[in-house]
Design a protein around this ligand. Structure first.
Ligand SMILES: *Cc1c(COP(=O)(O)O)cnc(C)c1O
Length: 353
């Protein structure tokens, strides 16, 4: 329907997130959420929260959370920016750092929010194809550009690059900002946080949604040289000075402070991931080695869309993308061992095993 004021409205195709089921007994493996609860320290921080302080605006820079993150990494607080989920942090970073007429570069298969922000913010971009095995080759990014954004490990392919490759990427782009989106880095062996001391053109974004079980709280950060953090703060203060509420600041700080619980949950998810990958391969699925909390699977004999629908009818939600090059693949979040048992047994029935 076209309104008489149609030409004044934004024309945009928004990001589509994984479906939110209406019923509680659905096994939800479609949004890369954590199957385990947040740290008991988060529960405690929320239980002890005094609602009276909600009269006041929260700390504008979310200082208690920035401090906790800085302590966790052994870096200065001035190297940390905090935001309302990493989608908020990334949107601020795109605004702050990608203001060139030259194209922003990112892989053709990657987080599908990047093109959405580019359209919204009118940032020119160019996608660089990953190879047949979905690998990113950093040499492809050694050219004139307006910036680079790359998730490591990449999504939805689960494939991570080593620190050497990331460093090469940054070194060859000293006149641009390189954003490494570490949404899933906690499930891999690699984080490029140590590189921020060496490279002032590197920005790392991280989220508490996946590895710290806080998707519903909206907590994330960026880590970079203080010079760039200043630009992120300037953008934040130009559209919303208080993106993080008082509860989220406390909960986030409590989560990052509990190293032991974090290590346990991370260990369990990695163990379940490895075991699930092995069992799926035994059923004929082809799966790259995953450095994330999900698997990227294809079956040589059965269509991905068919498998997706079969599981959906049986109460198991996974993610299927009707997109070029990956329309015969499935993205499956690693849940608990029990959830994975259900998944495998439904797939065995489907495949007649
Ligand atoms: C999940 C995800 C994010 C955003 O997570 P938030 O919940 O907004 O913190 C960012 N980048 C990638 C690659 C993701 O998968």
């Amino acid at each position: 329907m076209n309104k008489p004021f149609q030409d004044k409205l934004i024309s945009i195709e928004p990001y589509t997130a994984g479906e939110q089921p209406k019923s509680a007994d659905i096994i939800k493996l479609n949004a890369n959420e954590n199957p385990y609860p947040p740290s008991p320290a988060v529960q405690k921080a929320i239980a002890e929260f005094d609602a009276d302080i909600l009269r006041l605006y929260p700390p504008m820079d979310a200082a208690p959370l920035r401090k906790a993150i800085a302590e966790y990494y052994g870096i200065g607080q001035e190297c940390v920016f905090a935001g309302n989920g990493s989608d908020d942090v990334l949107a601020a970073a795109f605004r702050a750092f990608f203001n060139s007429d030259k194209p922003l570069l990112y892989p053709d298969i990657t987080y599908s929010f990047y093109p959405v922000w580019c359209d919204l913010l009118k940032i020119p971009y160019e996608t660089i194809p990953v190879d047949e095995g979905f690998n990113v080759h950093v040499e492809d990014y050694f050219r004139d550009n307006g910036g680079v954004v790359l998730p490591n490990p990449n999504a939805p392919t689960t494939i991570g690059l080593g620190l050497d490759a990331i460093e090469e990427l940054i070194r060859h782009n000293r006149d641009s900002i390189v954003i490494i989106d570490e949404a899933y880095a906690d499930f891999s062996e690699v984080s490029c946080v140590p590189l921020i001391k060496k490279y002032d053109n590197l920005v790392i974004t991280q989220t508490f949604s996946k590895s710290r079980s806080l998707a519903g709280m909206r907590v994330a950060c960026a880590i970079a040289d203080p010079y760039l953090i200043g630009y992120l703060d300037a953008v934040k203060d130009s559209y919303n000075s208080y993106p993080m509420d008082a509860v989220a600041i406390r909960a986030g700080a409590a989560a990052v402070g509990d190293r032991e619980y974090f290590g346990q949950v991370r260990g369990k998810i990695i163990a379940t991931r490895e075991c699930t990958a092995k069992r799926l391969r035994e059923l004929g699925f082809v799966i790259p080695d995953s450095s994330a909390n999900f698997l990227f699977a294809t079956h040589p004999k059965r269509r991905a869309e068919e498998i997706f629908s079969y599981l959906r009818e049986r109460g198991i939600y996974i993610r299927y993308f009707r997109k070029p090059r990956i329309d015969n693949h499935l993205r499956i979040t690693v849940g608990t061992d029990e959830q994975m048992d259900r998944l495998i047994s439904e797939l065995e029935s489907f495949l007649g095993k």
